[in-house]
Design a protein around this ligand. Structure first.
Ligand code: SF4
Ligand code: SF4
Ligand SMILES: [Zn+2]
Length: 584
């Protein structure tokens, strides 16, 4: 567990170890963690608060700390874009801090903590050596922040020069692009840059995706899947023969968020299967990282000097509100562009301007509205079932169908494919729609249903974002010039890509095609009843019995081919019983 920061009242500096290394005092409790306030950052806060701050100060959330005591607390008024002081200790109590400038204060702080920093460094270096010893290759996931910079320097100490893997999310601050180049040049780290950023920049950029999927939120971080995780997957698939034989060093720390609080120093990738994450500063506090940076004189991103506490994508919904506010001030042109997208979304979805200004967009939960497509007609022979549909025409339909089997035109100008599981799909474009037929053996129905519903979900909803291109270990899903294509030379129809979710699952609207072996027709006399038409009397009878056992009123017609049932019974409830009836 992270220890609280203490303050040595004799030397007037924070201490993170047991004792002050200058005077030997244990100090008194000060704050959970501290972040030093840089000179330009201080000027920004002074302007916003209308209060002069001592030169050598720290911040913990909305609390400014000087001489180990709370100097000032403030509140963010996001709507009116201002900071409001709440508690102010007063200038008269800060005589000492006035005399110490930032650089001198930091120099003393390092002196007071040097033993602790050396111990931290020694532990992290040994950990890196040990944790990476079983892997042939090691990379540093380098995002341009202070944490990955510290990890890079520790790795250099432990292993020599290790390549930096920089994933260009296309959403980095200009300072970050500059810093990444400078850092690798200054310290001689080879820099590997993911070049897929070009794909997103040119074709489906972040703003267009916001229109289609809604702005990202803390509950719906589609941007991370598209712009961060998938490029890493692609890198692994394209460049590593054995993904399990590489270690990826990261600067992830437990204190950064509740979710990260559970991370272990070595984690096996949950979203990126086969990836090993090694996190040497997992248990470091903010202050420990900062003091290490100052102690070693490590180059850092200019954004910190401007007042950014974290470096990352500029529209990130997970940025704390205060930092979001600072970003809006320091990079107003980036924010203005994004704000336009947010306001357009708000207007379309009956949200107020306040929703944008208060930052409530960050808490958006997607509606995930499903537009169900049911078979128009079902035919059942002795051993086969045929489903007929009209579905919207999408270019991605034919691309995704390729993973089922070879598509060929038949004599009736239908595109036809036969799968390795023996079921058959035929389709034909008719104006804005596609006539689609699926024929399968009755005994295979349940497994075919699962597979075909997943493929048709992708086929009808795919926006060609490319996010799933890394989910195929054979590299068969390719995002090329704004198109997602299935490379049949590589695809072996293992269908494992269907196990990963598609980005559209977290959007506002999506088509869901149901391969249901029954039709549901409302009562033609207007009674609150539905007719359920089955493929066979046996299934109808079985379903009726199961409903009766649940106390539902059911009328059986045509020996079980049709049952009449209360209109309150949902399609999902019927589907559940039909599936169990089919299973026996
Ligand atoms: S199926 Fe299409 S929309 Fe879904 S993740 Fe893949 S490329 Fe993106
Ligand atoms: S995961 Fe399997 S089915 Fe999907 S594209 Fe790759 S090889 Fe083809
Ligand atoms: Zn001291």
């Amino acid at each position: 567990m992270m220890k609280n920061v203490r303050w040595c009242t004799s030397c007037n500096v924070p201490i993170i170890g047991e004792l002050c290394n200058i005077c030997g005092n244990s100090g008194r409790r000060c704050a959970k963690d501290l972040k030093p306030i840089f000179n330009s950052e201080r000027a920004l806060f002074e302007e916003l608060l209308g209060i002069r701050l001592p030169s050598f100060t720290f911040r913990y959330r909305n609390r400014i700390i000087s001489e180990g005591r709370t100097f000032l607390t403030f509140k963010l008024d996001a709507v009116n874009k201002r900071l409001m002081p709440l508690y102010h200790q007063g200038q008269e109590n800060t005589g000492y801090a006035e005399e110490v400038d930032f650089a001198e204060g930091i120099r003393l702080t390092i002196k007071a903590n040097v033993k602790h920093l050396k111990e931290k460094e020694r532990t992290a270096v040994n950990f890196i050596k040990e944790a990476t010893s079983n892997y042939s290759r090691t990379f540093i996931l380098f995002g341009g922040g202070k944490d990955s910079a510290v990890v890079a320097m520790l790795a250099k100490e432990a292993l020599g020069s290790v390549p930096l893997l920089f994933i260009d999310t296309t959403l980095e601050f200009p300072e970050t692009y500059k810093f990444v180049e400078e850092f690798s040049r200054t310290y001689g780290f080879p820099l590997i840059k993911d070049d897929d950023g070009e794909y997103y920049r040119a074709k489906l950029n972040f703003f267009q995706l916001c229109k289609r999927l809604g702005p990202p939120s803390i509950y719906c971080r589609w941007c991370c899947h598209i712009f961060k995780e998938q490029p890493v997957r692609r890198f692994i698939n394209n460049h590593l023969n054995d993904p399990t034989d590489a270690a990826f060093l990261t600067g992830i720390r437990r204190c950064e968020s509740r979710r990260r609080g559970n991370y272990a120093p070595i984690e096996l990738g949950k979203r990126i299967v086969g990836q090993t994450l090694v996190q040497p500063i997992n248990d470091w506090s903010d202050l420990e990282v900062w003091l290490y940076v100052f102690w070693k004189g490590i180059k850092i991103n200019d954004l910190y000097e401007l007042g950014h506490a974290r470096v990352g994508c500029w529209p990130c919904p997970c940025t704390p509100p205060l930092m979001d506010f600072v970003r809006q001030l320091t990079h107003s042109s980036l924010w203005t562009k994004f704000e336009e997208v947010l306001l357009a979304y708000a207007t379309e979805n009956n949200r107020s301007r306040e929703w944008v200004r208060k930052g409530l967009w960050r808490l958006r939960r997607p509606k995930r509205q499903k537009i169900f497509v049911y078979p128009l007609h079902i035919e059942g022979g002795d051993s086969e079932i045929l489903f007929k549909y009209f579905i919207p025409h999408k270019t991605s339909l034919f691309e995704w169908l390729k993973i089922l089997g070879d598509v060929k035109a038949d004599e009736d100008k239908y595109l036809k494919l036969k799968t390795k599981r023996g079921f058959e799909v035929r389709c034909k474009i008719e104006g804005p729609q596609v006539k689609l037929m699926v024929k399968c053996a009755k005994r295979d129905y349940i497994s075919v249903k699962t597979l075909i519903e997943k493929v048709l979900f992708r086929s009808l909803n795919c926006i060609e974002c490319g996010a799933c291109s890394g989910s195929c270990s054979k590299g068969a899903i390719q995002a090329i010039e704004g198109k997602v294509i299935i490379n049949l030379k590589k695809c072996d129809r293992c269908w494992s890509c269907l196990k990963n979710s598609c980005i559209v699952q977290d959007s506002e609207k999506m088509y869901v095609v149901k391969l249901d072996p029954f039709s549901l027709i409302p009562c033609e006399k207007g009674l609150p009843m539905n007719h359920v038409i089955f493929l066979s009397k046996e299934i109808g009878k079985r379903v009726a019995e199961r409903f009766k056992a649940r106390g539902v009123n059911v009328e059986i017609h045509e020996g079980g081919k049709v049952i009449c049932i209360d209109a309150d019974i949902t399609r999902e409830e019927i589907e559940e019983l039909v599936l169990s009836a089919l299973e026996g």
